[in-house]
Design a protein around this ligand. Structure first.
Ligand code: ATP
Length: 500
Protein backbone atom coordinates (compact mmCIF):
# COMPACT_ATOMS: atom_id res chain seq x y z
CA UNK A 1 0.00 0.00 0.00
CA UNK A 2 1.22 3.52 -0.71
CA UNK A 3 2.64 5.22 2.33
CA UNK A 4 0.22 8.14 1.94
CA UNK A 5 -2.74 5.88 2.32
CA UNK A 6 -1.59 4.06 5.41
CA UNK A 7 -3.60 5.14 8.41
CA UNK A 8 -0.88 5.12 11.04
CA UNK A 9 2.70 4.83 9.87
CA UNK A 10 5.06 4.61 12.87
CA UNK A 11 7.54 7.49 12.80
CA UNK A 12 11.16 6.87 13.67
CA UNK A 13 12.16 8.70 16.87
CA UNK A 14 14.77 10.87 15.13
CA UNK A 15 12.13 12.06 12.66
CA UNK A 16 9.76 13.34 15.32
CA UNK A 17 11.54 16.61 16.01
CA UNK A 18 13.20 17.87 12.85
CA UNK A 19 15.40 20.94 12.66
CA UNK A 20 13.30 23.56 10.91
CA UNK A 21 15.27 24.72 7.87
CA UNK A 22 13.00 27.74 7.38
CA UNK A 23 14.50 29.24 10.52
CA UNK A 24 17.81 29.70 8.72
CA UNK A 25 18.27 33.06 7.03
CA UNK A 26 19.73 33.39 3.56
CA UNK A 27 23.42 34.14 3.88
CA UNK A 28 25.49 36.29 1.57
CA UNK A 29 28.60 34.51 0.29
CA UNK A 30 31.01 36.81 2.07
CA UNK A 31 29.47 35.77 5.40
CA UNK A 32 29.71 32.03 4.79
CA UNK A 33 32.47 30.70 7.08
CA UNK A 34 35.23 28.52 5.58
CA UNK A 35 34.07 29.15 2.02
CA UNK A 36 37.15 28.63 -0.11
CA UNK A 37 37.74 31.72 -2.27
CA UNK A 38 37.78 29.62 -5.44
CA UNK A 39 34.41 28.16 -4.47
CA UNK A 40 33.14 31.64 -3.84
CA UNK A 41 34.15 32.84 -7.27
CA UNK A 42 32.71 29.68 -8.89
CA UNK A 43 29.40 30.50 -7.20
CA UNK A 44 29.60 34.11 -8.32
CA UNK A 45 30.14 32.89 -11.88
CA UNK A 46 26.86 31.00 -11.47
CA UNK A 47 25.26 34.34 -10.51
CA UNK A 48 24.80 33.14 -6.96
CA UNK A 49 25.32 35.85 -4.36
CA UNK A 50 23.82 34.21 -1.27
CA UNK A 51 23.01 30.77 0.05
CA UNK A 52 19.39 29.68 0.42
CA UNK A 53 18.15 28.50 3.86
CA UNK A 54 18.53 24.77 3.14
CA UNK A 55 22.06 25.43 1.86
CA UNK A 56 22.96 27.37 5.01
CA UNK A 57 21.54 24.58 7.19
CA UNK A 58 23.52 21.88 5.39
CA UNK A 59 26.69 23.96 5.43
CA UNK A 60 26.36 24.24 9.21
CA UNK A 61 25.89 20.50 9.61
CA UNK A 62 28.82 19.61 7.37
CA UNK A 63 31.49 22.30 7.22
CA UNK A 64 30.30 24.20 10.29
CA UNK A 65 30.02 22.82 13.82
CA UNK A 66 28.08 19.74 12.69
CA UNK A 67 31.20 18.53 10.84
CA UNK A 68 29.29 15.72 9.10
CA UNK A 69 29.18 13.80 12.35
CA UNK A 70 25.68 12.58 11.60
CA UNK A 71 23.99 11.35 8.48
CA UNK A 72 21.58 13.95 7.14
CA UNK A 73 18.01 13.53 5.91
CA UNK A 74 16.51 16.59 4.25
CA UNK A 75 12.89 17.26 3.39
CA UNK A 76 12.78 20.61 1.60
CA UNK A 77 10.43 21.95 -1.08
CA UNK A 78 10.99 21.67 -4.79
CA UNK A 79 13.23 24.41 -6.16
CA UNK A 80 14.67 25.29 -2.74
CA UNK A 81 18.22 24.55 -3.89
CA UNK A 82 18.89 21.07 -2.52
CA UNK A 83 21.41 20.20 -5.26
CA UNK A 84 23.82 22.95 -4.33
CA UNK A 85 23.04 22.31 -0.66
CA UNK A 86 24.86 18.96 -0.86
CA UNK A 87 27.24 19.71 -3.75
CA UNK A 88 28.86 22.67 -2.02
CA UNK A 89 29.95 21.00 1.24
CA UNK A 90 31.04 17.83 -0.55
CA UNK A 91 33.30 19.79 -2.89
CA UNK A 92 34.60 21.78 0.07
CA UNK A 93 35.31 18.57 2.00
CA UNK A 94 37.14 16.99 -0.92
CA UNK A 95 39.71 19.78 -0.80
CA UNK A 96 42.65 19.69 -0.84
CA UNK A 97 42.75 17.40 -3.82
CA UNK A 98 45.16 14.54 -3.77
CA UNK A 99 47.53 14.13 -6.73
CA UNK A 100 46.16 10.63 -7.10
CA UNK A 101 42.47 10.55 -7.81
CA UNK A 102 39.98 8.17 -6.31
CA UNK A 103 36.24 8.11 -6.26
CA UNK A 104 35.25 9.79 -3.01
CA UNK A 105 31.71 11.04 -3.54
CA UNK A 106 28.77 9.33 -5.18
CA UNK A 107 25.42 10.91 -6.00
CA UNK A 108 22.59 8.59 -7.00
CA UNK A 109 19.53 10.01 -8.81
CA UNK A 110 16.64 8.20 -10.49
CA UNK A 111 16.88 9.44 -14.10
CA UNK A 112 19.52 10.24 -16.69
CA UNK A 113 18.32 13.76 -17.39
CA UNK A 114 18.43 14.54 -13.70
CA UNK A 115 21.94 13.06 -13.47
CA UNK A 116 23.08 15.35 -16.30
CA UNK A 117 21.57 18.33 -14.49
CA UNK A 118 23.25 17.44 -11.18
CA UNK A 119 26.59 16.89 -12.93
CA UNK A 120 26.38 20.39 -14.40
CA UNK A 121 26.03 21.86 -10.90
CA UNK A 122 29.03 19.86 -9.65
CA UNK A 123 31.06 20.75 -12.75
CA UNK A 124 30.46 24.45 -12.16
CA UNK A 125 31.93 24.36 -8.66
CA UNK A 126 34.29 21.36 -8.72
CA UNK A 127 36.19 21.84 -11.98
CA UNK A 128 37.68 25.23 -11.01
CA UNK A 129 39.09 23.48 -7.94
CA UNK A 130 40.70 20.67 -9.89
CA UNK A 131 38.11 18.04 -8.97
CA UNK A 132 36.65 15.90 -11.72
CA UNK A 133 33.08 14.75 -12.01
CA UNK A 134 31.96 11.60 -13.85
CA UNK A 135 28.67 10.33 -15.10
CA UNK A 136 27.37 6.75 -15.03
CA UNK A 137 23.95 6.78 -16.64
CA UNK A 138 24.02 4.31 -19.49
CA UNK A 139 24.33 6.87 -22.27
CA UNK A 140 26.99 4.68 -23.84
CA UNK A 141 28.08 1.05 -23.43
CA UNK A 142 29.45 -0.12 -20.08
CA UNK A 143 32.92 -0.43 -21.68
CA UNK A 144 32.86 3.09 -23.13
CA UNK A 145 31.56 4.56 -19.94
CA UNK A 146 34.15 2.90 -17.72
CA UNK A 147 36.92 4.26 -19.91
CA UNK A 148 35.76 7.75 -18.98
CA UNK A 149 35.79 6.86 -15.27
CA UNK A 150 38.90 4.73 -14.74
CA UNK A 151 42.41 4.71 -16.18
CA UNK A 152 43.01 1.25 -17.45
CA UNK A 153 46.46 -0.31 -16.88
CA UNK A 154 49.03 1.52 -18.96
CA UNK A 155 46.79 4.52 -19.48
CA UNK A 156 47.68 6.48 -16.35
CA UNK A 157 48.83 10.04 -16.66
CA UNK A 158 51.48 11.75 -14.63
CA UNK A 159 52.65 8.67 -12.76
CA UNK A 160 56.05 7.09 -13.31
CA UNK A 161 55.20 3.98 -15.39
CA UNK A 162 58.01 2.00 -13.74
CA UNK A 163 56.31 2.49 -10.45
CA UNK A 164 53.02 0.99 -11.53
CA UNK A 165 51.80 -2.50 -11.21
CA UNK A 166 50.36 -3.90 -14.44
CA UNK A 167 47.16 -4.37 -12.42
CA UNK A 168 46.78 -0.72 -11.62
CA UNK A 169 43.46 0.95 -12.00
CA UNK A 170 43.05 4.54 -11.06
CA UNK A 171 39.94 6.62 -10.94
CA UNK A 172 39.66 9.51 -13.37
CA UNK A 173 37.02 11.16 -11.24
CA UNK A 174 36.58 12.35 -7.66
CA UNK A 175 32.81 12.60 -7.81
CA UNK A 176 30.38 10.37 -9.65
CA UNK A 177 26.76 11.11 -10.51
CA UNK A 178 24.92 7.91 -11.38
CA UNK A 179 21.59 6.30 -12.03
CA UNK A 180 21.11 3.13 -9.97
CA UNK A 181 20.90 0.54 -12.76
CA UNK A 182 24.11 1.58 -14.50
CA UNK A 183 25.89 2.01 -11.18
CA UNK A 184 25.17 -1.63 -10.33
CA UNK A 185 26.44 -2.66 -13.79
CA UNK A 186 29.76 -0.97 -13.03
CA UNK A 187 30.01 -2.44 -9.54
CA UNK A 188 29.37 -5.93 -10.90
CA UNK A 189 31.04 -5.83 -14.28
CA UNK A 190 33.64 -3.10 -14.62
CA UNK A 191 37.19 -3.99 -13.69
CA UNK A 192 38.84 -1.21 -11.79
CA UNK A 193 35.62 0.42 -10.70
CA UNK A 194 35.50 0.56 -6.93
CA UNK A 195 33.47 2.26 -4.24
CA UNK A 196 35.87 1.31 -1.46
CA UNK A 197 37.20 4.82 -1.11
CA UNK A 198 33.91 6.54 -0.96
CA UNK A 199 33.49 9.18 1.76
CA UNK A 200 30.14 10.61 0.78
CA UNK A 201 26.98 9.05 -0.55
CA UNK A 202 24.07 11.24 -1.64
CA UNK A 203 20.67 9.73 -2.35
CA UNK A 204 18.68 12.42 -4.15
CA UNK A 205 14.94 11.99 -4.76
CA UNK A 206 15.29 9.38 -2.04
CA UNK A 207 11.66 8.33 -1.75
CA UNK A 208 11.63 7.38 -5.41
CA UNK A 209 14.97 5.58 -5.22
CA UNK A 210 13.95 3.65 -2.11
CA UNK A 211 10.56 2.74 -3.54
CA UNK A 212 11.94 0.92 -6.53
CA UNK A 213 14.45 -1.87 -6.40
CA UNK A 214 16.60 -0.97 -9.43
CA UNK A 215 18.55 -4.24 -9.31
CA UNK A 216 19.00 -3.98 -5.51
CA UNK A 217 21.19 -0.94 -6.02
CA UNK A 218 21.31 0.12 -2.37
CA UNK A 219 22.51 -3.14 -0.77
CA UNK A 220 24.98 -3.49 -3.65
CA UNK A 221 26.39 -0.01 -3.06
CA UNK A 222 26.52 -0.32 0.72
CA UNK A 223 28.24 -3.70 0.49
CA UNK A 224 30.78 -2.36 -1.97
CA UNK A 225 31.66 0.53 0.29
CA UNK A 226 32.06 -1.50 3.45
CA UNK A 227 35.40 -1.71 5.15
CA UNK A 228 36.03 -3.57 8.36
CA UNK A 229 38.15 -2.18 11.19
CA UNK A 230 41.39 -3.59 9.95
CA UNK A 231 40.50 -3.15 6.33
CA UNK A 232 43.27 -1.44 4.47
CA UNK A 233 40.90 -0.29 1.84
CA UNK A 234 41.73 -2.98 -0.68
CA UNK A 235 39.03 -5.54 -0.44
CA UNK A 236 39.91 -8.48 -2.62
CA UNK A 237 38.01 -9.13 -5.78
CA UNK A 238 39.23 -6.97 -8.61
CA UNK A 239 40.36 -4.20 -6.35
CA UNK A 240 44.06 -4.87 -6.66
CA UNK A 241 45.14 -1.38 -7.51
CA UNK A 242 46.79 -0.68 -4.20
CA UNK A 243 49.00 -3.72 -4.04
CA UNK A 244 52.53 -2.85 -3.07
CA UNK A 245 51.87 0.87 -2.86
CA UNK A 246 54.16 2.34 -0.19
CA UNK A 247 51.71 4.84 1.19
CA UNK A 248 48.03 4.70 0.85
CA UNK A 249 46.10 7.88 0.29
CA UNK A 250 43.15 5.65 -0.46
CA UNK A 251 43.63 3.15 2.31
CA UNK A 252 40.86 4.42 4.52
CA UNK A 253 38.30 7.14 4.49
CA UNK A 254 40.54 9.20 6.65
CA UNK A 255 38.76 12.45 5.96
CA UNK A 256 35.32 10.93 6.21
CA UNK A 257 34.33 11.72 9.74
CA UNK A 258 36.19 12.40 12.90
CA UNK A 259 34.30 12.32 16.11
CA UNK A 260 35.82 13.84 19.24
CA UNK A 261 39.29 12.54 19.95
CA UNK A 262 38.48 9.20 18.46
CA UNK A 263 38.79 9.66 14.75
CA UNK A 264 37.25 7.00 12.66
CA UNK A 265 36.17 6.78 9.13
CA UNK A 266 32.75 6.03 7.83
CA UNK A 267 30.65 6.67 4.80
CA UNK A 268 28.69 9.89 5.41
CA UNK A 269 25.24 9.93 3.85
CA UNK A 270 22.94 12.70 2.69
CA UNK A 271 19.40 11.72 1.81
CA UNK A 272 17.04 14.22 0.22
CA UNK A 273 13.64 14.80 -1.33
CA UNK A 274 10.84 17.33 -1.44
CA UNK A 275 8.62 14.48 -0.25
CA UNK A 276 10.95 12.40 1.89
CA UNK A 277 9.57 9.05 2.95
CA UNK A 278 8.94 8.49 6.66
CA UNK A 279 8.46 4.79 6.25
CA UNK A 280 10.85 3.11 8.70
CA UNK A 281 10.94 0.01 6.52
CA UNK A 282 12.38 2.02 3.65
CA UNK A 283 14.69 4.28 5.67
CA UNK A 284 16.25 1.39 7.55
CA UNK A 285 17.76 0.12 4.30
CA UNK A 286 20.06 3.16 4.30
CA UNK A 287 21.75 2.05 7.50
CA UNK A 288 21.97 5.66 8.68
CA UNK A 289 24.41 6.75 11.33
CA UNK A 290 22.84 8.81 14.13
CA UNK A 291 20.62 10.58 11.55
CA UNK A 292 19.64 14.21 11.78
CA UNK A 293 16.37 15.24 10.17
CA UNK A 294 16.10 18.69 8.60
CA UNK A 295 12.72 19.74 7.31
CA UNK A 296 11.06 22.90 6.00
CA UNK A 297 7.94 23.76 7.95
CA UNK A 298 5.65 21.65 10.06
CA UNK A 299 3.91 19.51 7.49
CA UNK A 300 5.48 16.78 5.45
CA UNK A 301 4.38 18.32 2.16
CA UNK A 302 5.05 21.93 1.45
CA UNK A 303 4.58 23.88 -1.75
CA UNK A 304 6.96 26.61 -2.91
CA UNK A 305 6.29 29.98 -1.29
CA UNK A 306 5.57 31.85 -4.51
CA UNK A 307 3.39 29.23 -6.13
CA UNK A 308 -0.27 29.99 -6.82
CA UNK A 309 -2.60 26.99 -7.24
CA UNK A 310 -5.79 27.16 -9.31
CA UNK A 311 -8.56 24.74 -10.18
CA UNK A 312 -10.28 24.90 -13.55
CA UNK A 313 -13.62 23.11 -13.59
CA UNK A 314 -15.06 21.75 -16.84
CA UNK A 315 -16.89 18.74 -18.19
CA UNK A 316 -14.73 15.73 -18.93
CA UNK A 317 -15.51 15.56 -22.63
CA UNK A 318 -14.39 19.16 -23.27
CA UNK A 319 -11.19 19.00 -21.25
CA UNK A 320 -8.93 19.29 -24.31
CA UNK A 321 -10.88 22.36 -25.42
CA UNK A 322 -10.41 24.00 -22.03
CA UNK A 323 -6.75 23.07 -22.03
CA UNK A 324 -6.21 24.75 -25.39
CA UNK A 325 -8.14 27.83 -24.28
CA UNK A 326 -6.01 27.99 -21.13
CA UNK A 327 -2.79 27.62 -23.14
CA UNK A 328 -3.94 30.39 -25.46
CA UNK A 329 -4.74 32.65 -22.53
CA UNK A 330 -1.25 32.12 -21.09
CA UNK A 331 0.31 33.68 -24.17
CA UNK A 332 3.95 32.88 -24.85
CA UNK A 333 4.82 31.61 -21.39
CA UNK A 334 6.68 28.32 -21.07
CA UNK A 335 4.42 25.65 -19.73
CA UNK A 336 4.46 21.96 -18.72
CA UNK A 337 1.27 19.91 -19.03
CA UNK A 338 1.16 16.72 -16.95
CA UNK A 339 -1.02 13.74 -17.69
CA UNK A 340 -1.53 10.54 -15.71
CA UNK A 341 0.29 8.11 -18.02
CA UNK A 342 2.61 7.77 -20.97
CA UNK A 343 -0.34 6.74 -23.15
CA UNK A 344 -2.43 9.77 -22.28
CA UNK A 345 0.62 11.98 -22.83
CA UNK A 346 0.98 10.54 -26.32
CA UNK A 347 -2.74 10.82 -27.13
CA UNK A 348 -3.06 14.36 -25.81
CA UNK A 349 -0.02 15.50 -27.73
CA UNK A 350 -1.41 14.00 -30.93
CA UNK A 351 -4.76 15.71 -30.37
CA UNK A 352 -3.17 19.08 -29.63
CA UNK A 353 -1.16 18.84 -32.80
CA UNK A 354 -4.42 18.27 -34.72
CA UNK A 355 -5.62 21.74 -33.78
CA UNK A 356 -4.89 23.53 -37.05
CA UNK A 357 -3.54 27.01 -36.43
CA UNK A 358 -2.95 26.83 -32.71
CA UNK A 359 0.36 28.70 -33.04
CA UNK A 360 1.66 27.00 -29.95
CA UNK A 361 4.60 24.61 -30.36
CA UNK A 362 3.96 21.47 -28.35
CA UNK A 363 6.18 18.44 -27.78
CA UNK A 364 5.88 15.15 -25.95
CA UNK A 365 8.23 14.02 -23.17
CA UNK A 366 7.65 10.63 -21.64
CA UNK A 367 9.10 7.29 -20.64
CA UNK A 368 7.80 5.73 -23.84
CA UNK A 369 10.35 7.68 -25.91
CA UNK A 370 13.94 6.76 -26.51
CA UNK A 371 16.33 8.50 -24.11
CA UNK A 372 18.02 10.31 -27.00
CA UNK A 373 14.73 11.78 -28.19
CA UNK A 374 13.80 12.75 -24.65
CA UNK A 375 17.08 14.51 -23.96
CA UNK A 376 16.87 16.36 -27.28
CA UNK A 377 13.33 17.52 -26.47
CA UNK A 378 14.40 18.67 -23.03
CA UNK A 379 17.35 20.61 -24.47
CA UNK A 380 15.10 22.33 -26.98
CA UNK A 381 12.62 23.18 -24.24
CA UNK A 382 15.42 24.63 -22.11
CA UNK A 383 16.54 26.77 -25.04
CA UNK A 384 12.98 28.00 -25.54
CA UNK A 385 12.65 26.45 -29.00
CA UNK A 386 9.09 25.42 -28.21
CA UNK A 387 6.63 26.50 -25.61
CA UNK A 388 4.62 23.59 -24.22
CA UNK A 389 5.97 20.28 -22.96
CA UNK A 390 3.38 17.53 -22.46
CA UNK A 391 4.78 15.07 -19.98
CA UNK A 392 4.11 11.99 -17.90
CA UNK A 393 5.14 12.02 -14.24
CA UNK A 394 8.05 9.66 -14.00
CA UNK A 395 10.56 11.70 -15.94
CA UNK A 396 10.18 15.07 -14.35
CA UNK A 397 11.35 14.66 -10.77
CA UNK A 398 13.93 17.29 -9.99
CA UNK A 399 13.83 18.75 -13.49
CA UNK A 400 14.96 22.37 -13.42
CA UNK A 401 14.04 24.39 -16.51
CA UNK A 402 14.45 28.12 -16.35
CA UNK A 403 11.44 30.22 -17.26
CA UNK A 404 8.65 27.67 -16.68
CA UNK A 405 5.92 29.98 -15.42
CA UNK A 406 3.01 27.53 -15.55
CA UNK A 407 2.28 23.92 -14.77
CA UNK A 408 -1.00 22.36 -15.84
CA UNK A 409 -2.37 19.14 -14.37
CA UNK A 410 -4.46 17.77 -17.21
CA UNK A 411 -5.48 14.98 -14.82
CA UNK A 412 -5.98 15.45 -11.10
CA UNK A 413 -3.01 13.77 -9.47
CA UNK A 414 -3.80 10.73 -7.36
CA UNK A 415 -1.42 11.65 -4.54
CA UNK A 416 -0.35 14.95 -3.00
CA UNK A 417 3.23 13.83 -3.52
CA UNK A 418 2.59 13.85 -7.28
CA UNK A 419 1.04 17.32 -7.05
CA UNK A 420 4.09 18.59 -5.14
CA UNK A 421 6.57 17.30 -7.73
CA UNK A 422 4.51 18.42 -10.73
CA UNK A 423 3.77 21.91 -9.37
CA UNK A 424 7.39 22.19 -8.29
CA UNK A 425 8.58 22.52 -11.89
CA UNK A 426 7.60 26.17 -11.53
CA UNK A 427 8.06 28.77 -8.77
CA UNK A 428 11.63 27.58 -8.29
CA UNK A 429 14.40 29.47 -6.51
CA UNK A 430 11.98 32.05 -5.12
CA UNK A 431 10.44 32.86 -8.53
CA UNK A 432 6.69 33.08 -8.98
CA UNK A 433 4.69 30.40 -10.78
CA UNK A 434 1.19 29.01 -11.24
CA UNK A 435 -0.22 25.52 -11.18
CA UNK A 436 -3.62 24.88 -12.82
CA UNK A 437 -5.53 21.65 -12.28
CA UNK A 438 -8.32 20.69 -14.68
CA UNK A 439 -11.15 18.74 -13.09
CA UNK A 440 -14.79 17.87 -13.48
CA UNK A 441 -17.34 18.80 -10.82
CA UNK A 442 -17.29 15.33 -9.28
CA UNK A 443 -13.50 15.55 -8.72
CA UNK A 444 -13.56 18.79 -6.75
CA UNK A 445 -14.11 17.14 -3.35
CA UNK A 446 -11.26 14.66 -3.77
CA UNK A 447 -8.94 17.42 -4.96
CA UNK A 448 -9.80 19.55 -1.94
CA UNK A 449 -8.99 16.66 0.42
CA UNK A 450 -5.74 16.05 -1.43
CA UNK A 451 -4.61 19.67 -1.12
CA UNK A 452 -5.29 19.73 2.62
CA UNK A 453 -2.30 17.42 3.04
CA UNK A 454 0.12 20.16 2.00
CA UNK A 455 1.24 23.38 3.60
CA UNK A 456 0.61 26.61 1.63
CA UNK A 457 -1.93 24.91 -0.62
CA UNK A 458 -4.72 27.50 -0.97
CA UNK A 459 -6.41 26.98 -4.32
CA UNK A 460 -8.65 29.47 -6.14
CA UNK A 461 -10.98 28.79 -9.04
CA UNK A 462 -9.77 29.97 -12.43
CA UNK A 463 -12.00 30.68 -15.41
CA UNK A 464 -10.77 30.87 -18.98
CA UNK A 465 -12.41 33.63 -21.03
CA UNK A 466 -15.68 32.25 -22.47
CA UNK A 467 -15.09 33.92 -25.84
CA UNK A 468 -11.97 31.76 -26.24
CA UNK A 469 -14.01 28.59 -25.62
CA UNK A 470 -16.60 29.68 -28.19
CA UNK A 471 -13.98 30.63 -30.76
CA UNK A 472 -12.21 27.28 -30.42
CA UNK A 473 -15.29 25.06 -30.41
CA UNK A 474 -15.43 24.26 -34.15
CA UNK A 475 -11.62 23.84 -34.34
CA UNK A 476 -11.92 21.37 -31.48
CA UNK A 477 -14.52 19.31 -33.37
CA UNK A 478 -12.26 19.28 -36.43
CA UNK A 479 -9.28 18.24 -34.33
CA UNK A 480 -11.26 15.33 -32.88
CA UNK A 481 -12.26 14.09 -36.35
CA UNK A 482 -8.69 14.47 -37.58
CA UNK A 483 -7.40 12.43 -34.62
CA UNK A 484 -10.02 9.75 -35.28
CA UNK A 485 -8.81 9.50 -38.88
CA UNK A 486 -5.19 9.21 -37.78
CA UNK A 487 -6.07 6.42 -35.36
CA UNK A 488 -8.11 4.54 -37.96
CA UNK A 489 -5.30 4.94 -40.48
CA UNK A 490 -2.72 3.58 -38.05
CA UNK A 491 -4.98 0.58 -37.35
CA UNK A 492 -5.41 -0.08 -41.06
CA UNK A 493 -1.71 0.00 -41.84
CA UNK A 494 -0.62 -3.33 -40.33
CA UNK A 495 -3.64 -5.03 -41.99
CA UNK A 496 -2.64 -3.63 -45.40
CA UNK A 497 0.86 -4.99 -44.90
CA UNK A 498 -0.39 -8.47 -44.12
CA UNK A 499 -2.62 -8.42 -47.25
CA UNK A 500 0.30 -7.74 -49.58
N1 ATP B 1 21.77 30.17 -3.65
C1 ATP B 1 21.12 30.24 -4.81
N2 ATP B 1 20.88 31.46 -5.39
C2 ATP B 1 20.21 31.54 -6.57
N3 ATP B 1 19.74 30.46 -7.24
C3 ATP B 1 19.94 29.25 -6.70
C4 ATP B 1 20.65 29.07 -5.48
N4 ATP B 1 20.69 27.75 -5.21
C5 ATP B 1 20.06 27.12 -6.21
N5 ATP B 1 19.62 28.02 -7.11
C6 ATP B 1 18.82 27.72 -8.31
O1 ATP B 1 17.56 27.24 -7.86
C7 ATP B 1 17.03 26.31 -8.79
C8 ATP B 1 16.52 25.09 -8.03
O2 ATP B 1 17.57 24.38 -7.45
P1 ATP B 1 17.55 22.79 -7.32
O3 ATP B 1 17.32 22.18 -8.66
O4 ATP B 1 18.75 22.39 -6.58
O5 ATP B 1 16.23 22.59 -6.43
P2 ATP B 1 15.76 21.32 -5.63
O6 ATP B 1 15.50 21.74 -4.25
O7 ATP B 1 16.71 20.19 -5.84
O8 ATP B 1 14.37 21.00 -6.37
P3 ATP B 1 13.65 19.59 -6.66
O9 ATP B 1 13.13 19.08 -5.36
O10 ATP B 1 12.59 19.93 -7.63
O11 ATP B 1 14.71 18.69 -7.24
C9 ATP B 1 18.14 26.00 -9.77
O12 ATP B 1 17.89 26.69 -10.97
C10 ATP B 1 19.39 26.57 -9.11
O13 ATP B 1 20.33 27.03 -10.05
Amino acid sequence: MDEENQRSVPVLPWMRHPLDVTRCEQLSLRRVPFLDCRLKSALENMKISKLFPVQVALWQETIGPGNFERDLCINSPTGSGKTLAYALPIVRKLLPTSTVKCLRALVVVPTRDLALQVKQVFDAIALPLGLRVGLAVGQSSVADEISSLVYLPGEEEGVDPGFLSPFWFQSKVDILVATPGRLVDHVNLSRGFTLKHLHYLVVDEADRLLREDYQSWLPTVLKSTQSSNNDDGGGGGDDVFQLGFPYSPWSRRSCGVERGSNPHSRLAKVVLSATLTRDPGRLVQLNLHHPLFLSAGKMRYRLPENLESFKLICERKVKPLYLVALLKSLGEEKCIVFTRSVDSTHRLCKLLNCFGDLQIDIKEYSGRQHQRVRSKTLNEFRKGQFQVLVSSDEMTRGMDVEGVRNVINYDVPKYIKTYVHRAGRTARAGQTGRCFTLMSNDEVGRFKRLMKKAEASACLEHNVPSHLIEELHSTYQLALSKLKEIILESRRKPKDKSCQ
